[in-house]
Design a protein around this ligand. Structure first.
Ligand SMILES: C[S@@+](CC[C@H](N)C(=O)[O-])C[C@H]1O[C@@H](n2cnc3c(N)ncnc32)[C@H](O)[C@@H]1O
Length: 312
């Protein structure tokens, strides 16, 4: 394949957790360029892959053993509905966007390349331009603050509000330069001043955090007892959700002292942690693939207890 593809992140660690092998069914919730799926199939597992981006399908031809591989162009939150409860031995979620999505200007994810202000992974729903031009200022400020962890969210939203009344935003470069001007230029910062705004818009456009919460609940249902979940996150908002979900489902919710019996016993733990905390890429992986630098892997084994009721 001639186009530059996505380099899989923390792949050996994910393989260690999921141990793909003949007779196992692994769900790859985030197919991307198929780096994980290919490795699962090569080890003899059957794989059902999900990707909400129809453009990911072009990487399916790179996967051998087509009879043990199937790809669905759906969101990963649908995995339990598609495959049934207890169907899978492993679930991998490698969150966020792929290198292809980031690098193709036309997808509108990047402040480095000029393109339409789109940022949708799939084909449906409002674009980033719709959000930037139509969202009430206070809500836009909240999006920048919460999803971008941008402390100057209000200032940026107010400036956007004034400018869009005159001239709506349609291009990534225009928005990136505008945010840079509002924040008073680069001021020697290593990262582009619009980084947080772009992250926030991407998360909002694709409802990424809601999708992650729903995906974890779906993984709890689709995994059989003894099955494994491996989740790779790329920023603290994602990691916090995964950490809290697994702590709760493993019966380790903070605040419950071992000296004080809990008032009401919750459901039996549906997961056990495979290891405490996270695994992060080593220096060699980050040197070879800078996009791996903020990656964190968490992993858990499904117990035989029933899945908890939905509201996590
Ligand atoms: C980081 S890439 C995965 C790369 C992949 N592991 C590989 O090695 O090539 C993330 C992919 O997940 C997809 N994605 C993100 N959120 C999704 C969701 N909720 N449902 C399905 N696919 C999703 C994106 O479209 C993107 O292609």
């Amino acid at each position: 394949m001639s186009e530059p593809a996505h380099t899989p992140v923390l792949l050996p660690e994910v393989l260690d957790v999921l141990a793909p092998a003949p007779g196992k069914l692994i769900v790859d919730g985030t197919f991307g360029a198929g780096g994980y799926s290919r490795a699962f199939v090569e080890r003899g597992a059957a794989v059902v892959a999900f990707d909400r981006d129809p453009a990911a399908r072009r990487f399916v031809s790179g996967i051998a053993g087509a009879d043990q591989f199937r790809m669905l162009e759906y969101r990963f939150s649908t995995m339990a509905a598609e495959l049934g409860d207890g169907a899978a031995d492993g679930v991998a979620l490698d969150l966020g966007v792929s290198s292809m999505q980031l690098d193709e200007a036309e997808r509108g994810f990047s402040f480095m390349r000029d393109g339409p202000l789109n940022m949708r992974m799939g084909a449906e729903g409002p674009t980033a331009a719709d959000l930037v031009n139509q969202t009430p200022t206070s809500e836009l400020a909240r999006i920048f603050r919460v999803f971008g962890e941008e402390p100057r969210g209000r200032r940026i939203a107010a400036a956007i509000d004034r400018r869009r009344a005159e001239q709506p935003f349609t291009r990534t470069q225009d928005l990136a330069e505008f945010v840079e001007r509002v924040l008073g230029g680069r001021r020697g910062a290593k990262v582009h001043p619009a980084t947080r705004v772009f992250q926030a818009l991407r998360i909002a456009v694709n409802a990424e955090l809601e999708e992650l919460e729903a995906g974890l609940v779906a993984a709890e249902r689709v995994l059989k007892a003894g099955g494994r979940l491996a989740v790779v996150t790329f920023h603290s908002l994602e990691d916090r959700i995964v950490k809290a979900f697994l702590a709760e489902r493993a019966g380790k919710t903070p605040g419950v002292s071992r000296h004080v019996p809990p008032a009401a016993k919750g459901p039996a733990p549906s997961f056990e942690l495979v290891f405490n905390g996270v695994k992060a890429p080593g220096g060699a992986e980050v040197a070879a693939n800078p996009r791996a630098r903020s990656a964190k892997l968490r992993a858990a084994t499904r117990t035989a207890a029933p899945a908890w009721r939905a509201a996590a």
